[in-house]
Design a protein around this ligand. Structure first.
Ligand code: NAD
Length: 250
């Protein structure tokens, strides 16, 4: 990937104020795209946008009704915003289940729906959905998250089929555990739950299935997103790219 490769393109990254989203916003800007950082955290979105010379959009993507009339003039859409919630099914609050599905399935659907008309007019576009190894594998106590990510993988494939004739590709990037605030919180919570040190949580609980025993870095995920956004990836669609240190090879 060369600097300036995405010059003249616009990109929208949801959840772009933190973690993987912020890394994607930086990568796409480095490649030349004009990036809009969309996040419920308005201050964080402005900070990242200022750093990369992009725009900030403070938005609560849980307000799905407000997204129904939206039209997005963006060439690249990265559906990244997401949260985690851990509980056995019997104790899982139904409201929380609905929230995760709204943020991680319904909002991406509405944003894709809002972005496709512009992409169809241009005859090209890139939809990149940040799924997870949990889009193709399950873990106990993550019913809403695993359900949402599996649904996102399906939505991405349908988008690929409909978008193909219009030059629009749609793919998922499916990482294992990435070093971000979302995972830092899980490490701290699990250390308390299991009564063990945080390093032990990473080695003994999070990375048991991985062949490579380290967390993924946000920049590594962003690098793949940058490539998927490029012209070189124009024949790549309906795919799901794992970056999980070999977890899903089992
Ligand atoms: P993060 O917590 O660092 O960032 C998530 C961002 O989403 C935050 O900036 C947050 O403000 C924003 N957000 C949350 N709710 C929102 C809402 N209602 N409206 C708008 N924005 C909202 O998390 P991350 O680890 O960077 O995760 C980003 C994506 O990557 C998520 O979809 C997550 O499921 C996925 N993912 C993460 C990992 C990991 O290990 N960190 C692994 C696989 C997949």
């Amino acid at each position: 990937m060369t600097k300036g490769e995405l010059a003249g393109r616009t990109a929208l990254v949801t959840g772009g104020a933190s973690g993987i989203g912020a890394a994607c916003a930086r990568e796409l800007a480095t490649l030349g795209a004009e990036v809009t950082v969309a996040d419920i955290d308005g201050v964080g979105a402005k900070t990242v946008a200022a750093e990369i010379g992009g725009k900030a959009w403070e938005v609560d993507l849980l307000d799905v009704t407000a997204l129904e009339e939206l039209r997005l003039d963006t060439d690249i859409l990265v559906n990244n915003a997401g949260v985690q919630s851990i509980n056995p099914i019997v104790d899982f609050p139904p409201e929380q289940f609905r929230k995760l599905l709204a943020l991680m399935v319904e909002a991406p659907f509405l944003l894709i729906r809002a972005a496709l008309p512009h992409m169809y007019e241009q005859g090209r576009g890139r939809i990149i959905n940040i799924s997870s190894v949990h889009g193709i594998r399950a873990s106990a106590y993550k019913s809403a998250y695993v359900t949402a990510k599996h649904a996102l993988e399906g939505l991405s494939k349908v988008t690929a089929l409909e978008g193909g004739p219009h030059g629009v590709t749609s793919n998922c990037v499916s990482p294992g555990y990435v070093r971000t605030p979302l995972v830092d919180k899980q490490i701290a919570d699990q250390a308390v739950t299991h009564g063990i040190a945080e390093e032990e949580v990473v080695e003994r609980i999070m990375l048991t299935e991985s062949a490579i025993k380290r967390l993924v870095e946000p920049e590594e995920v962003a690098s793949l997103v940058g490539w998927l956004a490029s012209d070189a990836a124009r024949m790549v669609t309906g795919a799901s790219y794992t970056m999980d240190g070999g977890w899903s090879a089992r």
